[in-house]
Design a binder for this molecule. Structure first.
Ligand code: NAP
Length: 358
């Protein structure tokens, strides 16, 4: 295994699909000055096509829109008309169902945030810190579907930090079952997303489809590859999903039953010493510390701790015994960076490192 990242010889041309939305904008921000990837196309909906990106996009991020992006003309989602190697998808699932296979068929490496193909048996659902080996499903996918390219997905934003924490616990102690309560930021609903009159001064105890994803996706990601298929991890998960009036950052309260007795210092050590597998550790988007453990009793907080590791670190706090399941803690991760655009870019870097993208 390499102890440093093998850089591509020259910049790899990339496109962003759904570039005007909340996640599309994060892609544009994170790809600005990326050492390996060169954005050559920003694709948008009918409404945006033919306008400059500056005209078509209501930019929501606190850093300025990169000048190269502002001047680009938004193009249709037409794989035959885009000359790029990677398509970063920030499309809604309904559009992704149709468009992502068209890009994969044409030879693109599609790195997707959409839920459309996450559960497909031949589509890898990848977190580089957890299951970089699952990308070998690409071979099955290409064989079965006859595509020149492929689709690799990253998980739902709410369970990204949760699953990294579960991996650290699973490796050291085993995990039996868990109860998860999420407090999810409004940017998780995209732009314009949820109406301000619905969410200001309020909490909404329902997010369509979210609890199912939290209860199923970690089982696939933490599952094992056996003869070209994933055997899901044997975990029982119960989830409650809530939308709260926070701009960015999903906070998750976790109660978890481990398979073995453990001491507080051992659980803390398992979390804070967790490292990504060596192939994922030195990639440009890899956080230096995958899990940051905080000891102050009132942390982590989205406003204070969200940008740890440039938004790629999972921040854990309030680790303490739980009378019901054994242990409990609070987990914070950035939904549009670690949970979305940053996750796809990190996956693409892994795919370059593994030789799937040349
Ligand atoms: N927001 C998050 O925190 C987050 C985290 C993880 C995963 N995701 C997933 O990432 C994807 C994007 O989410 P988002 O929050 O960025 O949503 P969003 O703000 O609604 O953006 C969606 C983008 O897709 C375009 N689009 C919509 N319908 C289209 C169609 N039929 N054909 C072509 N383009 C279309 C939109 O264009 P217009 O600008 O013209 O509407 C926009 O560029 C979704 O699948 C979401 O579930 C989101």
């Amino acid at each position: 295994m390499p102890t440093f990242a093998i850089k591509p010889d020259k910049p790899i041309p990339v496109a962003v699909l759904g570039a005007t939305g909340a996640v599309g904008q994060r892609f544009v921000q994170l790809l600005d000055g990326h050492p390996w990837f060169q954005p050559v196309a920003l694709a948008g909906s009918e409404r945006a096509i033919g306008q400059t990106y500056a005209q078509a996009c209501r930019w929501l991020l606190p850093t300025p829109m990169p000048a190269w992006a502002a001047e680009m003309i938004v193009v249709p989602h037409d794989p035959e008309a885009i000359e790029a190697r990677i398509a970063f998808s920030a499309l809604p699932a309904s559009a992704a169902f149709e468009l992502e296979p068209a890009f994969a068929r044409s030879g693109f490496a599609v790195c997707s945030n959409a839920s459309a193909f996450r559960n497909a048996a031949d589509v890898p659902l990848v977190l580089p810190e957890v299951n970089p080996d699952h990308t070998s499903l690409i071979e099955t996918q290409r064989r079965q579907r006859g595509w020149k390219g492929f689709i690799v997905t990253n998980p739902n934003c709410t369970l990204t930090g949760l699953t990294i924490v579960l991996k650290a616990l699973l490796d050291r102690f085993g995990v039996e079952r868990l109860l998860v309560v999420s407090m999810q930021a409004v940017s998780g609903a995209g732009y314009p997303g949820i109406a301000s009159l619905d969410i200001l001064g309020n909490v909404i105890p329902f997010i369509d489809g979210e609890e199912d994803k939290i209860e199923s996706e970690p089982r696939k990601i933490l599952g094992s590859l056996q003869e070209g298929t994933i055997q899901p991890a044997n975990l029982q998960i119960s989830a409650h999903a809530n939308r709260v009036p926070v701009l960015d950052g999903h906070l998750v309260c976790l109660s978890v039953q481990l398979s073995q007795e453990a001491r507080l210092e051992d659980v803390a050590q398992a979390l804070s010493s967790f490292q990504a597998p060596s192939i994922s550790r030195h990639l440009p988007s890899a956080p230096e510390t995958p899990i940051r453990l905080m000891e102050k009793p009132d942390r982590p907080q989205p406003r204070l701790d969200l940008m740890s590791g440039n938004g790629m670190t999972t921040v854990v706090g309030r680790l303490r015994p739980d009378p019901l399941l054994g242990w409990k803690m609070a987990i914070l991760s950035h939904n549009t960076i670690r949970g979305a655009a940053g996750a796809s870019i990190y996956n693409a870097e892994l795919l370059v490192q593994q030789g799937y993208i040349a």
